[in-house]
Design a protein around this ligand. Structure first.
Ligand SMILES: [Zn+2]
Length: 106
């Protein structure tokens, strides 16, 4: 049986901790951007499906830090970015790998 081709498309909105954020594709240099006050997550146009997913997870992490109030406590964009990158590069690859094994029943 041929393997089903992976097809992912970004949702138009995402709800984090009961707060709904609009997802908007945008021509921009960064992969993603999040406007907490406007409740919008911007994703760069033209990314691959996996880059879109990774960028969405990254921006959702910023949203979670914003909702929790940790963004305010840190009050430092570089510290927050480093914290989010720990998840991007050290946690998410394992989540993806193990979730794939989980849904395949291995
Ligand atoms: Zn970031």
């Amino acid at each position: 049986m041929p393997r089903k081709k992976t097809s992912y498309s970004l949702p138009s909105t995402i709800t984090v901790g009961g707060m709904q954020f609009k997802i908007v594709l945008k021509d921009m240099e960064d992969f993603g951007e999040m406007d907490f006050d406007k409740k919008v997550i911007y994703i760069r146009k033209g990314l691959t499906q996996e880059e879109e997913l990774d960028t969405l997870i990254h921006e959702v992490h910023h949203v979670a830090l914003g909702i929790s109030g940790l963004s305010n406590i840190m009050d430092d964009e570089n510290t927050e970015e480093a914290l989010v990158r720990i998840v991007d590069y050290l946690v998410m690859p394992i989540v993806k790998q193990e979730y794939k094994r989980f849904i395949q029943g291995k």
